[in-house]
Design a protein around this ligand. Structure first.
Ligand SMILES: Cc1cc2nc3c(=O)[nH]c(=O)nc-3n(C[C@H](O)[C@H](O)[C@H](O)COP(=O)(O)OP(=O)(O)OC[C@H]3O[C@@H](n4cnc5c(N)ncnc54)[C@H](O)[C@@H]3O)c2cc1C
Length: 467
């Protein structure tokens, strides 16, 4: 329960209509894409950094937890108000402040949707590469806070590679500027990148400067079918060994292919075990030369067939089909548990085989897809949370996937963040010393642990129910 005086002060800062207390409104802010939930005590909608700063000061003074939220599409429980308190909604901070064509830089507010930025800069002949599967709804602020990746990350990198400066409201309410609009600079600690991937635990991002590039002139998109998951994994490693760096190299297994085909009906073969969706881009003659090498390598590894998108419309259909993988899998069972196991690229075949074995061992339905070129796999466990026996098996399967992934030199998360769901595994990856440094950094910035508490550093165990 939030004290009446605090509600009045919030109303004075943002106006009455921007303080939400109605239970049906609050329910909408209780969950993210993990399907866990906890209803906030209140939601406050902000429109500028000054309001954010005043709210941070007010909540800190009154010992109230505050949870930043963009579109709530994260997959790790990051925006859920797990310990009770106030959700601060940042979507209305949604202006593109500048697109500087000469310097190839854009300055935006955090609530700008990623696809909007992509579309607006492309009108000016520029390109912002990070493209999470959720590009149509995810905010740039959420993407910075998560360090989001996407389908083009193999060649172009992830969000962190494009952020050159930030405005951040610190947990004490101070407004900090980091970085600059210069594309080079290395004074002192890299404060900008301290906040990239910090998942709203160290500050609230209110302005973002991104670097832009020129788009490729030509591209070619391939669908490559395999009769085994292992062969598809081997092809991924071999393509790169042959010095071809596709902009996109996505993997879908049989369960995912069938779920996509059921929904999209684009003619994907239902009997194959694995499919690679690969796009190469660059200068026209380079694309043609790389295409030939790519086709040779894939056939040598044992592809059943290769097809090429015949035009831009078909190419966009294929990309759209890939982006639908998670939502279409989620239709198959009441509960979807998506993991983000990421391994060195050469270990992709081993990791895929292991996931396949774990699926058999625990008799679970696991659809796998992901950014195979980055070794970033998304084993998606499809279950019914009401089945307690099945949920016990899920816990064991997840632990086995994480253990194996870390043993292969991988990481808990390639792009979906730690949030709440992976916080208990942090020590396994970072060891005592690493986790303790994470906690010291959090304490230095947020000594009262009021900003998105217990996310990432997992100071205490948090139990959440499925919605
Ligand atoms: C279908 C689907 C496909 C997806 N595909 C991908 C993918 O390919 N790659 C990928 O990386 N992710 C993917 N995601 C995950 C998700 O979309 C990304 O993490 C995205 O960046 C989250 O943006 P958001 O606006 O929804 O942020 P939210 O979910 O609202 O917030 C994410 C985290 O950031 C914090 N936060 C939000 N805004 C701010 C801010 N302004 N300042 C400080 N902290 C803030 C929140 O507290 C939370 O911890 C996918 C999700 C779905 C549902």
């Amino acid at each position: 329960m939030i004290d009446k005086n605090i509600i009045t002060e919030l109303e004075n800062i943002v106006g009455k209509s921007n303080v939400l207390t109605d239970p049906s409104d609050l329910m909408l802010y209780s969950y993210d894409a993990t399907q866990f939930y906890r209803v906030p005590d209140l939601v406050v909608v902000v429109h500028n950094s000054d309001e954010v700063s005043k709210i941070v000061k007010l909540t800190r003074k009154n010992n109230v937890n505050l949870y930043p939220r963009g579109s709530g599409t994260n997959l790790s429980g990051g925006s859920i108000p797990a310990d009770g308190g106030i959700v601060i909604e940042l979507n209305r901070l949604n202006k593109i402040l500048d697109i500087d064509v000469q310097n190839r830089i854009a300055v935006v507010e955090p609530g700008v949707v990623a696809a909007t930025l992509d579309a607006e800069v492309s009108k000016k002949g520029l390109f912002y590469p990070p493209d999470p599967g959720s590009i149509a709804v995810a905010t740039i602020g959420g993407c910075v806070a998560e360090g989001a990746g996407g389908l083009r990350a193999l060649k172009y990198g992830t969000t962190k590679d494009y952020i050159i400066g930030l405005e951040v409201v610190l947990p004490n309410g101070d407004i900090l500027q980091t970085g600059s609009l210069a594309l080079r600079g290395s004074p002192g600690f890299d404060l900008t990148h301290l906040f990239v991937g910090s998942e709203g635990t160290l500050g609230i991002i209110t302005k973002i400067a991104v670097r832009l590039i020129y788009p490729a002139k030509a591209r070619k998109t391939f669908l490559i079918m395999y009769d085994s998951v292992g062969l598809a994994g081997t092809a991924v490693a071999k393509i790169i060994e042959n010095k071809i760096i596709p902009s996109t190299m996505e993997f879908l297994d049989k369960i995912t292919i069938n779920a996509v085909e059921d929904f999209k009906k684009i003619g994907l073969p239902r009997d194959i075990e694995a499919l690679l969706l690969i796009e190469i881009d660059g200068e026209a003659e380079d694309v043609e030369a790389s295409a030939k090498i790519l086709e040779d390598v894939c056939m040598k590894v044992g592809a059943r067939s290769i097809s090429v998108a015949k035009d831009d419309a078909q190419r966009l259909d294929l990309m759209e089909a890939r982006r639908s993988a998670l939502p279409v899998l989620a239709r198959l069972k009441p509960t979807t548990i998506l993991e983000d196991a990421t391994v060195p690229r050469s270990k992709v075949p081993e990791m895929l085989e292991k996931i396949h074995d774990i699926q058999g061992k625990y008799d679970l339905m696991i659809g796998s897809f992901g950014h195979a070129g980055d070794g970033n796999l998304h084993p998606t466990i499809l279950v019914d949370r009401r089945n307690k026996e099945e949920m016990k098996k899920v816990d064991m399967a997840i632990k086995e996937i994480f253990d194996y992934c870390i043993d292969l030199g991988g990481t808990l998360t390639g792009e979906h963040g730690i949030g709440i769901v992976k916080a208990p595994f942090m020590e396994k990856e970072f060891k005592k010393e690493g986790l303790s440094l994470f906690r010291d950094i959090k304490k230095a910035l947020d000594p009262d642990n009021k900003l998105n508490p217990n996310k990432v550093v997992g100071a205490k165990e948090v139990h959440l129910d499925y919605i």
